[in-house]
Design a protein around this ligand. Structure first.
Ligand SMILES: Cc1cc2nc3c(=O)[nH]c(=O)nc-3n(C[C@H](O)[C@H](O)[C@H](O)COP(=O)(O)OP(=O)(O)OC[C@H]3O[C@@H](n4cnc5c(N)ncnc54)[C@H](O)[C@@H]3O)c2cc1C
Length: 454
């Protein structure tokens, strides 16, 4: 078993297969970077100062840990080509420059994603940082310590952009977030995004929406001085790029493997590359089926990557496991505000050709009289006529976000909003009002479905 890429998907696959087959399976993992099995998800919190152990705290397993389990993990080793018919990969040892071939019975592609860069000159100037890898995180923190910047501009207001804006604001910088979208968090509906916008402004983050980056002003020493946008120039001592990612499938493409509309590898539910018995793929380099819209999407999340790896490991080890798809669940945080979504937004539902009704409710995280209760808004979307749950979005303070898991489970099980009104959810005053906010939203959504049918 040869694995390309030694992070979430790749090392989950390698570890699962090795656990199940032991010495009967030779596992080689090839990683071009200098880190393996780390949490990129923790980078914004590390930058903010929440992760006490620093860089090491984000590493779940070191190369030595994997080698001790019998995995032949080769770091600073890049795979340059795949010969599908011969069952071989061309490998380069980045230290020595030596090139060699490695044969495989099973090949796992877990090459992740590549960050989107602004298509304007100057994006590689000194003071411009990415946050895709642990090395990016190290470079950013070293830069922040050295430059002691006062003004930061974050480009991109998706979840990574808003998490980074929050992290930099907590480091006492004046932060501006620039994006061409009309509201932060475009995976939410604009009315829910507006709640995020307001919360960011409340802590002093300058949110520039509908603003396209057109260039960078660079000084004589090659250092960024401002970000030029359609809304004017924004002075910057540092710039952080949080524009999202696209699947890293150049290698797969060269080998003629099947890619979908979003550029990700296409697999069956066992995570086998379509049409190839011995090739497997998982994580940010694949497209996943959205079980609500029945459309393939690129949803690069660690939660999927780890599950893909487990499924691949099982199947290569001779067991059987599947990854049927996703319902689009994600959670994030900016300032004290928790943000969660699952299923389809209004735009997604329209795109999927579904008629829908939608309701928004304001409720509390605990009984109204209980100390510390926090406000939250739940927006629920249901299919017209059938009443099938299509999506839920939650924005609120502490205790709000993980309520999304109830909705995700309901979506997974194709429940209607009427069925959801009877869900046996836990209640005691310190945890929820007697009608949990999800139940309140389901009641109102059910009423809206009935009213629309009348
Ligand atoms: C700042 C940030 C915050 C995030 N927060 C969250 C979150 O809160 N929740 C969540 O679910 N997800 C989050 N994610 C996403 C999550 O980190 C990714 O979905 C996950 O890391 C994907 O795992 P992967 O194994 O598919 O790819 P990666 O982690 O990208 O690993 C791919 C590996 O393949 C290696 N590689 C690529 N090509 C080659 C080659 N040719 N030869 C050898 N090696 C190669 C790369 O060096 C890399 O190490 C976040 C990501 C970032 C950047």
């Amino acid at each position: 078993m040869v694995v390309v890429g030694a992070n979430a998907a790749g090392m989950s696959a390698a570890s699962q297969a090795k656990r199940m087959r032991g010495d009967k399976l030779e596992v080689i993992a090839l990683e071009r970077g200098s880190h393996c099995s780390y949490s990129a998800c923790g980078i914004p919190y590390w930058v903010a100062g929440d992760v006490a152990d620093g860089e090491g705290g984000l590493v779940a397993r070191s190369p030595e840990d994997h080698r001790a389990k019998g995995i032949d993990l080769r770091m600073l080793t890049s795979v340059e080509a795949i010969d599908v018919h011969a069952g071989k990969v061309t490998v380069r040892d980045l230290d020595s420059g030596r090139r060699y071939q490695e044969g495989f019975d099973h090949l796992v592609l877990a090459t992740g994603a590549v960050p989107v860069r602004p298509l304007v000159p100057g994006g590689d100037a000194a003071g411009v940082f990415g946050v895709q890898t642990l090395d990016d995180g190290v470079a950013l923190l070293v830069g922040l310590e050295r430059l002691r910047p006062r003004r930061a501009v974050v480009i991109g207001n998706g979840y990574i952009g808003v998490e980074m804006a929050d992290a930099l604001a907590r480091r006492r910088m004046a932060v501006t977030v620039v994006d061409r979208a009309p509201q932060p968090m475009s995976t939410l509906d604009p009315d829910m995004g507006e709640l995020v916008h307001r919360a960011m402004e409340k802590v002093g983050i300058d949110v520039r929406t509908d603003a396209t980056v057109t260039g960078f002003e660079i000084d004589g020493e090659g250092r960024v001085r401002s970000v030029v946008t359609s809304d004017g120039a924004v002075p910057a001592d540092v710039v952080v790029l949080g524009l999202g990612v696209r699947p890293n499938t150049a290698l797969a493409n060269q080998a003629g493997l099947p890619l979908g509309d979003h550029g990700g590898l296409r697999t069956d539910t066992q995570m086998r590359v379509l049409g190839h018995d011995r090739l497997w793929a998982g994580g940010d380099c694949v497209e996943v089926l959205n079980l609500v819209s029945d459309q393939y999407e690129h949803i690069p999340l660690g939660t999927h990557a780890n599950k893909h790896g487990r499924v691949i490991g099982h199947n290569i080890a001779g067991s059987y496991a599947t990854f049927p798809g996703v319902v689009g669940t994600a959670v994030s945080k900016v300032c004290d505000l928790e943000i969660a979504r699952t299923g389809l937004s209004e735009r997604d539902a329209t795109h999927a050709g579904l008629g829908y009704v939608t309701v928004s409710v304001q409720s509390g995280t605990r009984a109204a009289y209980f100390p510390g209760t926090q406000r939250l808004t739940v927006k629920m979307t249901a299919e017209g006529h059938t009443g099938r749950l299509l999506g839920v979005q939650i924005v609120g303070n502490e205790g709000s976000a993980k309520r999304i898991d109830t909705a995700a489970t309901a979506l997974w099980n194709h429940m209607t909003v009427e069925e959801m009104t009877t869900l046996d959810l836990a209640y005691a005053p310190p945890f929820s009002p007697v009608w949990d906010p999800i139940l309140v939203a389901a009641r109102q959504a059910s009423a809206a479905v009935r009213a629309a049918d009348r």
